[in-house]
Design a protein around this ligand. Structure first.
Ligand code: GAL
Length: 415
């Protein structure tokens, strides 16, 4: 009896040593699809193994619009979570409001300055201080295709948007849905952005980063809208409001041929046990093979009062940059690690091609921030673009000329 009691005391002592800095982390995110949930589970397990208590605050809704609404109301109520999945210019907006906590000491100890590409580390600093930790780099300009459907329809993988429309018509004639799409503003914007990228990186940056009125009203932009409208005939009648992962499952099941979507879609193929190059193929979106539209997921850290929570928050930031986490999370998520010089052997051919394109495009000026995923412009401008793009896609009578006019006006009004 004595022995047992002693044993229990020893266990209790060693447990309390392990969790002497234990604390709660409440993490707000919108990773709720199969592949996404598997990815976030990796982080949860890491935190639990480090002795912390994970409180999951998942707000469903691809692209994160609903999550951002919830985050705002929690912050206004004076009760923000420990960490939230936010990115790009939005991190700056939260920094301006004084909500974010300083991670400089974790960053220094972990040597983040030399581990991360500039494009990543610049986005996660507010006034020169680290306030967020990056879990990945997503490439947005991807095309996911079911080779079996292509074969049955006698169609070839398109490399330009003109060819896309020709091949898609063959697929439609063969009785399949050419383009798996979900009619939600952020998905419309994702498609639109990939079409715009095919006009070149200078055009893309002038339009969505510089917000140049001349570019927004240009003939090239009119032709982007023209192509976009043609794709409206290539989706199925049930597309309205559909979630992105349901659209991915249409390609997985062989009901549809193609989805234009960032590589979180690969997470769905992986979760369904599908192999790249066999069950599905990945190609850059037409006309964008040399470019890379980047979308980096960060967990930004919010000011928390209690010492245990602060310690847990610093630990969360540290663990996110660990090579093991970066590898496992990204194998599930479909993205590539945010850290440089990670071993590549566990990753598949789509990830290799993303890694190569990331490096190559960084030196050619073709690494561009995703407008649709909040990396290019602030949330007001992004919202203005979403509105025009979605209205246009769903308004048969709106001309491309009217659309560019609305786009230029809406952006000007939101700047
Ligand atoms: C993106 C986000 C990805 C993925 C996707 C669908 O904006 O960066 O991590 O979750 O939305 O929700």
């Amino acid at each position: 009896m004595k022995k047992i009691a002693l044993g229990l005391t020893t266990v209790a002592l060693s447990l309390s040593a392990a969790i002497s800095h234990a604390g709660d982390v409440e993490v707000l995110h919108y990773w709720t699809s199969g592949g996404e949930a598997a990815s976030v589970e990796v982080l949860k397990q890491e935190m639990v193994s480090a002795g912390h208590n994970w409180r999951d605050f998942a707000v469903a809704g691809g692209g994160g619009e609903s999550a951002m609404t919830v985050l705002k109301s929690r912050a206004i109520a004076g009760n923000p979570p420990t960490a939230a999945q936010i990115k790009g210019p939005t991190i700056q907006e939260w920094g301006d409001l004084g909500f974010l906590s300083n991670l400089d000491s974790v960053a220094k100890a972990g040597n983040w300055d030399s581990l991360l590409p500039d494009v990543v580390s610049n986005a996660m600093k507010y006034e020169g201080h680290y306030v967020a930790a990056p879990v990945n780099v997503h490439r947005v300009n991807w095309m996911w295709a079911n080779p079996e459907v292509f074969k049955k329809a006698g169609a070839s993988i398109p490399t330009t948007w003109e060819q896309f429309i020709v091949e898609a018509k063959k697929i439609k004639a063969a009785g399949f849905t050419p383009l798996a799409h979900g009619g939600q503003a952020w998905q419309d914007a994702t498609l639109f952005e990939s079409i715009a990228m095919a006009q070149g990186s200078k055009f893309y940056n002038d339009a969505f980063v510089e917000l140049s009125e001349q570019t927004l009203r240009s003939d090239e932009m009119i032709s982007v809208f023209d192509t976009f409208k043609q794709l409206r005939d290539l989706v199925d009648p049930g597309f309205s409001g559909r979630d992105w992962n349901i659209a991915t499952s249409m390609v997985i099941n062989g009901d549809a041929a193609i989805q234009i979507m960032g590589d979180w879609a690969k997470g769905e193929f992986t979760a369904a046990g599908k192999q790249p190059g066999i069950d599905y193929v990945c190609y850059p979106a037409p006309g964008t093979s040399g470019s890379f539209s980047f979308n980096i997921d960060f967990l930004a850290m919010f000011n928390v009062k209690e010492a245990g929570q602060q310690a847990a928050q610093q630990d969360l930031a540290r663990l996110i940059l660990e090579p093991k986490f970066q590898e496992t999370f990204n194998l599930n998520k479909g993205s590539i690690p945010a850290r440089l010089n990670m071993p590549r052997d566990q990753f598949d051919s789509c990830a290799h091609s993303s890694m190569d394109a990331f490096l190559a495009s960084s030196s050619t000026g073709d690494l561009v921030p995703s407008m649709a995923h909040g990396m290019a412009a602030n949330s007001m401008v992004q919202g203005a673009i979403y509105d025009v793009v979605t209205n246009f896609f769903n308004s048969p009578s709106m001309t491309s000329q009217e659309a560019v006019d609305k786009l230029a006006r809406a952006i000007k009004a939101s700047m």
